[in-house]
Design a protein around this ligand. Sequence first.
Ligand SMILES: Cc1ncc(COP(=O)(O)O)c(C=O)c1O
Length: 433
Amino acid sequence: MNTQEILDKQKKYLWPSHILYYTEPMPLDHGDGLYVWDVDNNKYLDFFAGILTTSVGHNNPKVTERVREQVGKIVHSSTLYPNENHVNLAEKLAQLTPGDLQTSYFTNSGTEADETAVILAKAYTGAQEIVALRHGYSGRSAIGMSLTGHSTWRIGGTQYPGIKHALNPYCYRCPLKLSPETCGAACAEDIEDIIRTTTSGRIAAFLAEPIQGVGGFITPPKEYFKIAVEIARHYGGLFICDEVQTGFGRTGDKWFGIEHWDVEPDIMTMAKGIANGFPMGNTITTPEIAESLVKQGATISTFGGNPVSTAAALATIETMEEEANPTHVAAVGKRLRDGLDKLGEKYPLIGDVRGMGLMQGIEMVKDRETKEPAPQEVVALFEETRRRGLLIGKGGLFGNVIRIAPPLTATEAHIDEALEILDHAMATVQEGS
Ligand SMILES: Cc1ncc(COP(=O)(O)O)c(C=O)c1O
């Protein structure tokens, strides 16, 4: 099928609620490592990795091989029967995750992983209320949308009761109008205020992403999570750390984003990058917390721990360990960040550069003084980068943050290629603004 035929069918048979990137969306046909090709055989360097998901590159031979082998054995058995891949992946994750996180429950998406975490926290604490953060994103189910602090993604005003949103450590647009050098992460104290004024005084959990993904790669200050989690625990809450975007070395140096803040979660959720694109979510916790759910009864996920997805995840993690471990991510991430900082000095449209490792964001503004968001310029940058063969992502409440997150197997040469394209594209957009 050609592009037009695919777009025509998309329009006719798929809900219009689907968002497509670019004014003329391109169907992708195949990929190899960091590159993808559309059906018209145009080649692109992929610096969004299917929303931070193809961790070890497209069509990775080790993942493909392991999946092929598994498909030839058994594709599905349900969790009613134990499976070798399922238990081996759970063991691997117990080794990689920090603290006492030892026992896993696999599902099919980040949404389900977060939802499972909320159910578990309520079972363990006996409390009902949850504190999440403004600008956060937790998925598309009723609980997921209610946890989300971003109006774009709360369609229909769906409300799950008992979820409160505290101020967000968004230093570039500080909700308290303070300076990050001297504020002492004052926004974290809003969690206490929210608990004392809008809940029963006891919460089930505080849920947060180490770096907010959809929110626009918002990166909290160093002190933030220690203060925030201490407050949550003081009021009986567990800390649910959503590593759906930040997990698996994405932030460099550490396997999981929260390790940069030196805080141990009680429950951690993961998805996206875990299986290089095969559907998977996981909720990992301590044996004691997991035990609290079984007292309330059983829970089942037909596809959770699927033998093919778990084979893909095992091969993905193995490949990361061999070719794209957190040390590698930190090194290439630094090169990316240095290059973006240089672009920041060159183009007034760039208001802020932030993030860690291979999760770097550029917030674009019309004016550095007023910080007026520049979403139209982001749209223009998308078209310019596409024309030059580079795929990027976007996010942020105002749609004015460029999200740059290539597969973790990116090399210095890939980073340089992307930076050069971004430089030229930014020059064109700056000139036209
Ligand atoms: C931090 C975070 N949590 C949860 C989700 C939901 O994941 P999924 O789209 O796999 O349901 C996402 C998706 O973008 C996310 O970024």
